[in-house]
Design a protein around this ligand. Structure first.
Ligand code: FDA
Length: 309
């Protein structure tokens, strides 16, 4: 892995660096590029603007890894509140959730019970919930919980990360289930034994997974696919597959504030685009992963830090 990326991902998990960096005003200014605000009202306003330009959204209140049952309940209720507000305001928006916010570190049963509370509310409103994929130690548990929840609630999807060596096998197991999968490259610090370190290998695997999901048996199972990336080469490949197979239900997904012209271009040419909108105060690890993804973001950060550069 690129050493700067590795350093930034290590800093993402460091309480010391968190204290330093979140204390700087400049960090808050750079974060504002990727996060429309700290409150749900601000996030909903951003969703309304996206809907007005023909894009749907998925909302995610920032936060991860709660350590008490009370915090897991609070995290669960935050997701429920978002679903209620989306319904009340008739927005074209679903919700992306993290199982560690609903207590996965405390036990699978707690996270599953909390997820089912969220899914019950989503079902009542005819909405959809996506389970984000977190670092590799959570993958098996996330797949397990998704399987169990989906028996009762069909409108729940998950995420597969192309940097993991295991992911193609996971996709083979998911295809017959008709799972709704979002394909991403993967954002966490992983060892080479678990994840491809080389960007080219991650990209090749991404395309291989998309191709697998466009095979006739996968299309027949009706699994919706979200091509979640800002990489023009991955997007172009996704477009070709959609055009060649007339695949309804496939959509592109990008993060708020990133690849805006790509987003506009896709909408203008008739593709479905959903923007992942994160908001809230617990942005530190999320922001560090965004810095790690692109050295230019670090440059942007440093330019704000050193205004004379
Ligand atoms: P790549 O990193 O190769 O970047 C391609 C190009 O995109 C760059 O050259 C640059 O132009 C642009 N770009 C990418 N990242 C940028 C950034 N931060 N700032 C500015 N420009 C940038 N991960 C995960 O592990 N679990 C998850 O559940 C999710 N969920 C998720 C949802 C959605 C909707 C998206 C778009 C992404 C995720 N991710 C994720 C993050 C994902 O794994 C990955 O880290 C980022 O999408 C960056 O990878 P790209 O595919 O964009 O390609």
């Amino acid at each position: 892995m690129n050493p700067i990326r590795a350093l930034l991902l290590t800093m993402a998990g460091s309480p010391g660096w968190k204290k330093v960096l979140t204390g700087w005003g400049v960090t808050h200014r750079v974060v504002a590029r990727f996060v429309p605000g700290e409150s749900l009202d601000e996030a909903l306003a951003a969703v309304r603007d996206l809907n007005a330009t023909g894009m749907s959204a998925t909302l995610n209140p920032l936060g991860e890894n709660v350590t008490s049952v009370a915090d897991a309940t609070e995290g669960t209720e935050a997701y429920i509140e978002i679903l209620e507000r989306i319904a009340a305001e008739h927005l074209d928006c679903n919700v992306s959730v993290k199982l560690t916010v609903m207590g996965l570190d405390l036990g699978e049963d707690i996270a599953l019970a909390n997820l089912c509370r969220v899914l019950e509310v989503a079902a009542a409103h005819g909405n959809f919930v996506r389970i984000d994929m977190e670092a590799s130690p959570y993958v098996d548990r996330t797949l397990n919980i998704w399987h169990q929840a989906r028996v009762r609630f069909p409108a729940v999807g998950l995420v597969v990360q192309s940097y993991l060596r295991r992911s193609f096998d996971d996709i083979e197991r998911l295809v017959p289930t008709g799972a709704a999968v979002r394909i991403v490259k993967g954002a966490y610090a992983e060892s080479e034994a678990i994840a491809f370190a080389d960007k080219q290998a991650v990209d090749t695997e991404y395309l291989r997974i998309l191709d697998r999901l466009a095979e006739p048996d996968a299309i027949d199972r009706g699994g919706k696919v979200a091509v979640a990336t800002h990489d023009p080469a991955m997007i172009e490949h996704g477009r070709r597959l959609i055009d060649a197979n007339a695949m309804a239900g496939w959509e592109f997904q990008m993060l708020y504030g990133i690849g805006k012209s790509l987003q506009r271009n896709l909408v203008e040419t008739g593709y479905d685009v959903r923007v992942y909108v994160s908001y809230g105060t617990s942005w530190y690890p999320w922001f560090m992963r965004r810095l790690a993804e692109r050295p230019a973001n670090l440059g942007f950060f440093l330019r704000h830090l050193l205004p004379w550069t």
